[in-house]
Design a protein around this ligand. Structure first.
Ligand code: NAD
Ligand code: LEU
Length: 366
């Protein structure tokens, strides 16, 4: 990948490489756009096949956060970190302390939180070095693990998408195929099971599958068979790019609604599923519950206020579907428009000069 041309193509602001030999930290912080405010996005720890793959993931995820935060009505820009390593083997305290110091060095341009492979405990260690971290322990008056709240938002968004596809938002008796039953999807399955959904699940982690089978009576299938499951809803809740040339012909669901980031491998895959009449709940709209929840910490965390906002994901999905139908466009395009229009409106309305401490007059008028 030609990094500068890629950054130019999608208008990225900054890409940082953070290395700490002692702890083994190899982190990449990508800041996409800070028009709306500081970039907020989680830290993913993953064993990437190559450094290029890690850079690409950081960049794609950071841009996703710009759109997610904008569409959710947050006054936050988009950024993301990836740490190269195995979260089960390679973590240590010094690593997250070193990483926290790099975040502190950005002086508020980037705020982090959890993502795949990182936990509340990791955020607490980062917090030893910087205040620019969210999703830390409730003991600090913070919001803790965002996953259950993300799951609640996905559940609400799935109901809105089903209303469009099946004429009712009741999920009772529906079959939902859940790919990846980790932190978010386990909690999603709880809501679905409580509403009488028949669950079909898969995961590469056998223990995660067993838990869903035992607790929710889910049927387990092999990871490669999840696309072909005869179901009403396909819920991608593992990693990204699972909607692609290979999987689309296998999908039997009428609705795609799940937690994973960057579900469409390429934009044209969104066009393909639209042509097939599938109702796609755009990933960054339906999975915004976690970021809405951690962002509330910046105002002094109030869980009731945050959950109320997360419930709004139902109407956000309704709105995206409405725009898509009105303008005869796929839902992913409708969501992008919503986000881009908000960023542009704010860019214009915030463009006038404002007296603060970082401008040409700051030394003269102290
Ligand atoms: N945690 C949050 O609050 C949050 C918020 C927004 C978006 N997301 C996104 O949702 C997704 C899940 O997040 P999470 O926090 O639950 O992560 P997680 O790591 O707890 O869960 C992911 C699960 O997917 C499984 N998995 C990985 N590859 C798989 C494959 N090929 N087939 C089947 N299963 C596979 C893993 O074993 C794991 O159990 C991620 O894409 C994440 O970026 C998470
Ligand atoms: C909790 C959030 C800041 C990050 C979350 N992993 C997301 O992708 O939205």
């Amino acid at each position: 990948m030609e990094i500068f041309s890629y950054m130019e193509q999608y208008d990225y602001e900054q890409l940082l490489f953070c290395q700490d030999k002692q702890s083994g930290l190899k982190a990449i912080i990508a800041i996409h756009d800070t028009t709306l405010g500081p970039a907020l996005g989680g830290t993913r720890m993953w064993t990437y096949d190559s450094e290029a793959a890690a850079i690409e993931d950081a960049l794609r995820l950071a841009r996703g956060m710009t759109y997610k935060n904008a569409a959710a009505g947050l006054n936050l820009g988009g950024g993301k970190t990836v740490i190269i390593g195995d979260p089960k083997k390679d973590k240590n305290e010094e690593m997250f302390r070193a990483f926290g110091r790099y975040i502190q060095g950005l002086n508020g341009r980037y705020i982090t939180a959890e993502d795949v492979g990182t936990t509340v405990e990791d955020m607490d260690i980062i917090h030893e070095e910087t205040d620019y971290v969210t999703g830390i322990s409730p003991a600090f008056g913070s919001s803790g693990n965002p996953s259950p709240v993300t799951a609640y938002g996905v559940y609400k968004g799935m109901k809105a998408a089903c209303k469009e596809a099946f004429g009712t938002d009741s999920l009772e008796g529906k079959v939902v195929a859940v790919q990846g039953v980790g932190n978010v999807a386990y909690n999603l399955c709880k809501h679905l099971h409580a509403e009488g959904v028949k669950l079909v699940v898969t995961d590469i982690n056998e223990e995660a599958v067993r838990r869903a089978v035992d607790e929710f009576g889910a049927k387990a299938v092999d990871p490669k068979d999840i696309y072909e499951v005869s179901c009403h809803v396909y819920a991608p809740c593992a990693l990204g790019a699972t909607i692609n040339d290979e999987t689309i012909p296998k999908i039997k669901a009428k609705v795609i609604a799940g937690a994973a980031n960057n579900q469409l491998k390429e934009a044209y895959h969104g066009d393909k599923i639209h042509e097939m009449g599938i109702i796609y709940a755009p990933d960054y709209v339906i999975n915004a519950g976690g970021v809405i929840n951690v962002a509330d910490e910046l105002y002094g965390y109030n869980s009731e206020r945050a959950l109320k906002k997360v419930e709004g994901i139902y109407s956000s999905i309704e709105r995206v579907i409405e725009i898509a139908k009105r303008d005869n466009i796929p839902t992913y395009v409708a969501a992008d428009r919503l986000a881009e229009e908000r960023i542009e409106r704010m860019r214009k309305s915030r463009s006038q000069f404002l007296q603060n401490s970082h401008h040409i007059l700051s030394r003269r008028f102290k």
